[in-house]
Design a protein around this ligand. Sequence first.
Ligand SMILES: NC(=O)c1ccc[n+]([C@@H]2O[C@H](COP(=O)([O-])OP(=O)(O)OC[C@H]3O[C@@H](n4cnc5c(N)ncnc54)[C@H](OP(=O)(O)O)[C@@H]3O)[C@@H](O)[C@H]2O)c1
Length: 321
Amino acid sequence: MTLMKAVAQRSLGGPEVLRTIEVPRPSPRPGEVVLRLRATTVNPVDWKLRSGRVTHLGPPPFTLGFDVCGTVTEIGADVTGFRPGEEVFGMIFSRTGAYSEYVVARADSLVPLPSGLDVAQAAALPTAGLTAWQALELAELQRGERILIHAAAGGVGHLAVQFAAMRGARVIGTARAVNHDFVASLGADTIIDYTTVDFTAAIHDVDVVLDLVGGEYGTRSLRVLGPGGRYITAQDSDATGDPRSRQVTGRPSPTDLAAIARLVVDGRVRVHVDRVMSMADVVAAHRLAESGRIRGKLVLTPWPRDFLCPRRGVSNMGTGT
Ligand SMILES: NC(=O)c1ccc[n+]([C@@H]2O[C@H](COP(=O)([O-])OP(=O)(O)OC[C@H]3O[C@@H](n4cnc5c(N)ncnc54)[C@H](OP(=O)(O)O)[C@@H]3O)[C@@H](O)[C@H]2O)c1
């Protein structure tokens, strides 16, 4: 049996529950491919699953990681369109996620890596890009409409601002002052510093709200909608049940992902990688991501070649087992 490194957790908890362990290298089942990891990311869903704030992977042990860019090493039965050696990227959703040296992915969730897109950018795009793209589809955002995007500087938000501007909408974003130049550079017309200004007092008659904060932002956001306004949230909020409210769930779509990647390659959309960290520093990466202060995306690359992976257990914390 060939072993590989993977980040796993045996219990729910803080970033320190993440451990690099050795596990059997996976084989593809029909419809699947195995990739050698080039890059993945930390999404909020990773730290929410790690801590137990969301539970849709079931109880641990599991391996996190929903974005992947990698090199195809093996293809399963029935898989056509990919060959070993090819670079691909996409969104996966499984209990054996992308925080591992070799990643199992459904072939129908992947697209070839186009030239002009580097591996960090490719890993940064799937979950954030698909969620932003599909949210605007769900909202049926029209040219000339006004959209308020909460958390405009984040992974989903910074792409949603650009997609909305490309659709000809007028974009209002919320962000701390330190991110205003960044959000403006993405095409937002108005930016509200949510730490000093109550957005419900600053704007009204908005056509669409894309809520990437949730919670009590829900009913407050409903108050700024005009007639025919739509509220789209990417997570639970207190607006659930209101007829104007819809929840978006980013889902794998090679068609959407290829379209998004093309926009990046053509220079029409910018994917901002805040920083690239090694999987050896996954604990620190989760701490940073959970702080809610990442601008754009935090990308993780595989462990250094000589990263120690002792036999029984295995820690990236230097604490033994
Ligand atoms: N349903 C789905 O399929 C789906 C998919 C992806 C994400 N999501 C959810 O959508 C949310 C956003 O995801 P993400 O990946 O964009 O997160 P993220 O990248 O971690 O967001 C970080 C950004 O949030 C901003 N922020 C934090 N608190 C804020 C507030 N109160 N108002 C405005 N901005 C605030 C920060 O900007 P400042 O420093 O300027 O505050 C930072 O740039 C998360 O809750 C995530 O779980 C859901």
